[in-house]
Design a protein around this ligand. Sequence first.
Ligand code: IPD
Ligand code: CA
Ligand code: CA
Length: 264
Amino acid sequence: MDINQVDVFAKEIIFEAGRRIRESFSYDIEIETKSNANDLVTNIDRETETFFIEKIKAFNPTHRILGEEGMGEKVENLDGVVWIIDPIDGTMNFVKQHRHFMITIGIYVDGIGKIGYIFDVMREDLFYAIAGVGAWYNDSPMRKLQPLKIEEAVIGINANWVTPNDRINHEKVIDLVRTVRGTRSYGSAAMEIAFVVSGKLDAYISMRLAPWDIGGGVIIANEVGAIATNFNGEGFDFLTTDTFLIANPSIHQLILEKYVEEKK
Ligand code: IPD
Ligand code: CA
Ligand code: CA
């Protein structure tokens, strides 16, 4: 695979998909629910994924696409070139706020992350990385993350996890929230990952993310020194959902050891 050629092509279709999504606000968006009443999907999520599939197949028919909306073929392994795509990450923000939603794509070759993108559709901001080459925010190179103390950290976390729940020991999460400088919750995993890799957040925790939420972001993380693992400190298989912690390298292990106790 010619990485630079694929990168130029990927950016073209991401920008074009972004234009189409912004234009969709001028006509009616059809909203449906999926696994539960708060799990939303729209015709624009599906149309955007179909747009990517058609463009990528025309570019190279051997490339496969693992997309959230399942509009293409079934992908059960990462052999060859696989594009892991979330056409709209943050659908609730898309529907309700008309901002704070991302297109995110990770391009994998035999399971190894090669190019990762997170595109803020309304701001037209692109965070991306080419493995082993570097990471950029639009045209500016991104810097390696600088160490900091946990007391100085601003972390992304959903408020649910400081209330009693069956996934995580909420007392420890309360301790974490009291220790850090501040917390934020944006409603788009890809956006929160983009903020960690660019130093706008210092960590982001989620109890359950899918391959398409993280496939692009994890590649960018590697280039800036952010550490992304599940709650056991392991990497991801990009075929199943998993727990997720991405953090500045100086606080990743501390957060896992002291503040994250999963209920199994
Ligand atoms: C969701 C968002 C949300 C995260 C959920 C994801 P979607 O993605 O990233 O922030 O908490 O776990 O499913 O459904 O909007 O693509
Ligand atoms: Ca998502
Ligand atoms: Ca989505």
